[in-house]
Design a protein around this ligand. Structure first.
Ligand SMILES: Cc1ncc(COP(=O)(O)O)c(C=O)c1O
Length: 489
């Protein structure tokens, strides 16, 4: 089914799309095509959507029809639009591009691009030796058919041990191995969320979780997180969060209590306890995404796992190896009651049957080295975070950025509602950004930008220099228009 975006809707999404003045000035049609590409890149304009007729868009944008005709022609030439006479034009992606984990498209061969759209580290050096060792382990499994819907026992044992070590006694029967945390979320939603049911999420939140919820046609309500600075008042407003649960009584709430993506906030123990109690009262199941739980930096003390406070099997934990180890492993898991794990396994048979045995064996090998690999990742991340913070403080002193006590992202409050415009301009100078609105539902959050510190420090500093340069151009192009109330985030 193809959806259509109307001229007025596209005009609103495009916002200040006009060509930059001065030396970077490009013709209007090229600026318009670039802005539409930008909307596609940041996920605000979906793929396969039908664009308005040229005349309609020209009227909405108050430009000549030839400008729109030329922009559409350019988009067709770059592979971002497909047209059929009499039927219209649809958004597409050029061949050879993939959809990255952030939901952003990235060209495979675009090696010069500094990609700040994806918040994940490159693989640790231990990965290749672990993969070789895992191949030696494989014969143990070759006598069987190789389908293990809940995962191979030794990996489930290793994951269960990790929870137990964190103060949450867990048996292997409570663990189901999945192909990444995102897969874990999708499976849990399939099983527990009737189509159209209510879900509470943080705002901002992880965009691909929103995508999974939208795919289930969930009715999404948000709890707004306070931004920087860290300290009193940062993160969740306990009173509002608990009231939100009691009043809307959602079927599910999806929360990221440890170094929340994108804000980096850490939920205090008392709030964890009261959220679990409130969820029980309101009949809400909690999906607790623990993607970043292994990544406290600077010795940040960790509150107990949220599920410690769960006495009624309300809490379903999901997590995985992508952040501390490598996203390319595609290993994640669900921790839930043993009966729920069995039901998830049964549901999975209709989806992907099981995870690859060899990949699980690699995971077992890596988890056995957690005590050396994970601390090294923390040291690396802390150094990269500090380099990024220093570069932002120097080059973009008007931005407000808190120092996250862990995780992999900064959530910067910009000096104007320019996040999408900045992402578009940054693309031209070789930096890919995930602008604030990608982390919300309704096109707000234009005043914010997520900056991951997962790339080497030199690349992060280079990226900030490039961003600062285009920020300056944007400033000259459109400062008078920022004060419009319509763009408050
Ligand atoms: C909060 C959160 N959940 C889930 C994921 C997806 O993780 P995975 O690669 O394990 O599917 C990410 C990745 O960025 C994330 O930040």
């Amino acid at each position: 089914m193809t959806s259509t975006v109307r001229g007025s809707q596209l005009a609103r999404l495009l916002g200040q799309w006009h060509a930059l003045p001065g030396r970077r000035r490009s013709p209007d049609y090229a600026a318009l095509a670039g802005a539409i590409r930008g909307l596609l890149a940041d996920g605000r304009l979906p793929l396969g959507v039908r664009l308005p007729a040229e005349r309609e868009l020209a009227e909405a944008l108050k430009v000549s029809r030839t400008t729109v005709t030329a922009a559409y022609r350019e988009l067709r030439e770059t592979g971002h639009l497909t047209s059929r006479r009499g039927a219209g034009s649809w958004t597409t992606l050029p061949g050879g591009h993939r959809v990255a984990s952030s939901g952003l498209w990235t060209p495979q061969d675009d090696l010069d691009m500094i990609d700040l759209g994806v918040a994940a580290l490159a693989a640790p050096p231990e990965l290749v030796p672990a993969a070789r060792a895992a191949a030696e382990d494989l014969p143990r499994y070759l006598h069987g058919a190789g389908y293990h819907p809940t995962g191979i026992v030794e990996l489930r044992e290793a994951v269960a041990r990790g929870y137990t070590d964190r103060g949450l006694p867990t048996s292997p029967e409570q663990i189901m191995v999945t192909n990444g945390t995102q897969h874990a979320l999708d499976l849990v939603l399939r099983l527990t969320l009737p189509v159209g049911a209510g879900v509470l999420v943080e705002s901002p939140t992880y965009p691909n979780a929103l995508a999974a919820l939208v795919a289930r046609r969930a009715r999404i309500a948000t709890h707004g997180l306070a931004a920087a600075p860290e300290g009193d008042g940062a993160g969740w407003d306990g009173e509002l969060l608990l009231a939100g649960l009691r009043q809307t009584r959602p079927r599910l709430a999806y929360l990221i209590p440890e170094f929340q993506n994108p804000t980096g906030h850490l939920m205090p123990a008392e709030l964890r306890e009261s959220v679990v109690a409130a969820a029980h009262t309101s009949g809400t199941d909690l999906i607790i995404d623990e993607s970043f739980v292994d990544l406290p930096l600077d010795g940040t003390p960790m509150p107990p796992p949220t599920a410690v406070f769960d006495r009624h099997s309300r809490v379903i934990c999901i997590g995985g190896m992508s952040k501390p180890y490598w996203g390319g492993m595609r290993i994640g898991w669900v921790r839930a009651s043993a009966p729920l794990v069995q039901r998830l396994a049964a549901a999975r048979v209709g989806v992907d049957m099981a995870s690859p045995v060899l990949d699980q064996l690699v995971a077992v090998r890596l988890l056995a080295q957690a005590a050396t690999i994970v601390p090294a990742r923390r040291v690396q991340l802390a150094a990269q975070r500090d380099a990024l913070l220093a570069a932002v403080a120097e080059m973009l002193p008007d931005w407000r950025v808190s120092v996250p006590g862990g995780g992999v992202t900064l959530w910067a409050e910009l000096d104007g509602p320019v996040s999408s415009a900045l992402a578009r301009a940054a693309e031209d100078v070789g930096v890919r950004l995930a602008p604030g609105p990608r982390f919300g539902l309704d096109g707000t959050l234009e005043r914010f930008l997520r900056l991951p510190f997962t790339l080497p420090a030199a690349e992060l500093v280079d990226a900030v220099h490039r961003i600062a340069a285009v920020r300056y151009d944007l400033d000259r192009a459109s400062r008078p228009r920022w004060s419009e109330p319509a763009v408050i985030a």
